[in-house]
Design a protein around this ligand. Structure first.
Ligand SMILES: [Zn+2]
Length: 378
């Protein structure tokens, strides 16, 4: 969810992949620009070069603070045994992808709470450094650090707003979930609250625009609009999950699979299978049993000039390393496995044989087929 477009991998911290969304570039420029305006306005005798340097420093420290906030979520998730997929920095903050709701309201509450707490802590730290450094640091630098203290405090406060998917919305959801025992109901209410808060921010942004504050107006409007979209899409994701509850893996999977014999050369596998059919993986079968999966990714890892001499058997992924479900597995659970797994595919296995493969595009295809049918049935 919350995808603006492309995102780039920038590094790995404590085993967690850190990515930057393309929207971030726009935001980083916007923050630098508004910080530059602010600094040149407040400290009139600062040269424009120094003001720009401070603005860039402030932006870097701001995103550093956001990253620390997200890392707090991620590390507590991991400590509670919930696998974290990655952290993506975008817009007014970041997102930590982890299936937090898989474990129950208590863990979700804890994981949500640690974010704003961390931002509050950072606010205190920046405040102390700015205060202690008042005599040592230049006034604009101390002022910039003081500004970051406020920004982190604002970040903590903003994230505590009870609108899903903000941390406050997650706290609200976990509380309703705990009280009602229904994750669906809790998500619905938290999502409505998120949309309400989002529209309020949009209205606030418009008011600021009308009052003549261009940067503030765009900023608020942008964040509000983003929150509306995010709240809506989190609820849609839940609806998708509920829709899929009544569906089984075999309804969605791509069946009638072609099978590759294990003694085939990689060259023949490429020529006769990957080049001919639009699939990223084929089961490898021996005497009616599936013994592995040959993926395009796996083939690509072998130098091309070695393809004619290498056997499929030596480069397939064993079935034991794949995410596997039964044909009658409920699709809402499969959806979670599909989102969790790095391979982006789930194998449907019956009596030791792969009878189907489910990829996100199979799911999209199924939904496209299903939606018009559903609409005409009403
Ligand atoms: Zn957070």
């Amino acid at each position: 969810m919350l995808v603006f477009g492309a995102s780039w991998r920038v590094g790995r911290i404590a085993g967690i992949e850190v990515r930057v969304d393309s929207s971030w570039v726009v935001i980083a420029l916007l923050i630098t620009y508004s910080m530059y305006l602010q600094i040149s306005q407040v400290y009139e005798d600062t040269s424009s070069g120094a003001a720009l340097a401070l603005a860039i420093l402030a932006t870097v420290l701001f995103f550093g603070s956001v990253l620390v906030h997200e890392l707090a979520h991620a590390l507590v998730s991991q400590a509670r045994g919930i696998r974290v997929q990655d952290i993506t920095l975008f817009l007014f903050g970041g997102a930590t992808r982890a299936r937090v709701e898989s474990r129950g309201p208590g863990d979700e509450f804890l994981i949500a709470l640690v974010g704003p707490l961390t931002s509050g802590l950072l606010a205190g730290l920046f405040g102390i450094v700015a205060g202690l450094g008042r005599d040592v640091l230049s006034t604009p630098l101390a002022g910039t650090l003081g500004y970051l203290a406020w920004t982190n405090l604002l970040l903590a406060a903003f994230n505590l707003i009870p609108g899903f998917p903000l941390d406050g919305g997650r706290l609200l959801r976990s509380a309703i979930w705990k009280a009602s025992g229904s994750l669906a109901r809790a998500t619905y209410i938290a999502s409505l609250s998120g949309q309400g808060v989002g529209w309020l921010l949009v209205a606030g942004g418009v008011a600021w625009l009308l009052a003549g504050d261009l940067a503030g107006g765009i900023w608020f409007g942008f964040i509000g609009w983003f929150l509306v979209q995010a709240a809506r899409s989190s609820y849609q994701e839940l609806q998708l999950q509920q829709l899929l509850r009544g569906v089984e893996a075999e309804d969605v999977m791509a069946g009638d699979l072609l099978r590759i014999p294990p003694e085939l050369s990689l060259q023949d596998a490429v020529d006769d299978y990957f080049m001919r059919y639009d699939h990223g993986a084929f089961p490898v079968d021996e005497q009616g049993r599936t013994i592995g999966l040959l993926t395009l990714r796996g083939v690509r890892r072998v130098p091309r000039n070695e393809w004619p001499t290498r056997r499929v058997r030596d480069h397939m992924v064993p079935l034991s390393e794949q995410v596997v479900v039964a044909p009658d597995a409920r699709m809402d659970g499969v959806l979670g496995k599909l989102q969790d797994g790095e391979a982006g595919r789930v194998l449907v296995v019956q009596d030791g044989e792969v009878v189907g493969i489910i990829t996100p595009s199979d799911l999209t295809r199924w939904l496209r087929r299903w939606r018009p049918l559903d609409a005409s049935a009403r």
